[in-house]
Write a protein that binds this ligand. Structure first.
Ligand code: NAP
Length: 247
């Protein structure tokens, strides 16, 4: 019989590239069987699964748009059938499009809230019924929420919702021995952060933290690994900012 503690099955949303791919690699190294969810990047997800399997891990790639509740249900079904009951859910899938609030289009607003908020809601709601007792959930906020920079109103609003989900859901799962936390990265060198920025803008961000560099996906993967591991057993309902000291 599978339990969270002995099967250690992790479902990582948005794991075809960026932070999610680094999280999948790290969790596989930590001994998890890993489900690599993606929206459209099937080639990258398949390549990552092949890489994880070559390193001796169990892994599958599963296409599902987290914004779609039915697809999220099927995502959990597929993972349970292929790998066993999910013990760790990492809600990493997310999008960022910056623009002044006054210039934000309805389409971009809907996309941001559909993926970042409804996507997290869909997987959390599904996890309430599906996650093994003793399991872990790691959501994704952002340090931009603490910086209040122009252009980030919509994105920050989506991450504020994710933080609210995290803190309330941790309490709603009372009695299940499940922790719910969020990591709030500072700027990380992925396409989400780099695309559309000039070299000068990127350097400005890189100089902001006292540690004077951009974060790498592995910096965040190690935080997720901590929150998913035995040393974080007493950490619950928390938002962990991993950002080189930026805020
Ligand atoms: P990224 O490089 O753009 O990767 C995003 C991932 O999410 C991709 O695997 C993408 O899959 C997937 N995805 C997008 N929409 C999806 C959907 N509807 N359903 C399922 N998967 C979907 O982004 P990242 O920088 O790694 O960001 C990961 C998380 O960290 C996000 O929640 C982001 O808000 C947060 N974050 C990032 C930074 C940063 O500086 N990078 C800072 C703070 C917080 P496809 O390849 O299939 O499109």
């Amino acid at each position: 019989m599978n339990t969270a503690r002995n099967t250690r099955v992790a479902l990582v949303t948005g794991a075809s590239r960026g932070i999610g791919a680094a999280v999948a690699r790290r969790l596989a190294r930590d001994g998890f069987a890993v489900a690599v969810n993606y929206a459209s990047g099937s080639a990258q997800a398949d390549a990552l699964v092949a890489e994880l399997e070559a390193a001796g891990a169990r892994a599958i790639a599963v296409q599902a748009d987290v914004a779609n509740a039915e697809q999220v249900r099927r995502l959990f079904d597929t993972v349970e059938t292929a790998l066993g009951k999910v013990g760790l859910l990492v809600n990493n899938a997310g999008v960022l499009k910056t623009a002044p609030l006054a210039e934000h289009s309805d389409a971009l607003y809907d996309q941001a809230f559909d993926i970042n908020v409804r996507g997290t809601f869909n997987t959390l709601r599904e996890a309430a019924a599906r996650l093994a007792d003793g399991g872990r959930i790691v959501n994704f906020s952002s340090t931009t929420l603490a910086l209040n920079m122009p252009g980030y109103a919509i994105y920050n609003a989506t991450k504020a919702a994710v933080e609210a989900f995290t803190q309330v859901f941790a309490k709603e799962l009372r009695g299940r021995d499940i922790t719910v936390n969020a990591v709030a990265p500072g700027p990380i060198a992925t396409s989400l952060f780099l695309d559309g920025k000039t070299d000068e803008q990127i350097q400005t961000f890189a100089k902001m933290p006292p540690l004077q560099r951009l974060g790498q996906p592995e910096d965040i993967a190690s935080v997720v690994s901590f929150l998913a591991g035995p040393d974080a057993g007493w950490v619950n309902g928390q938002i962990l900012r991993a950002n080189g000291g930026i805020a």
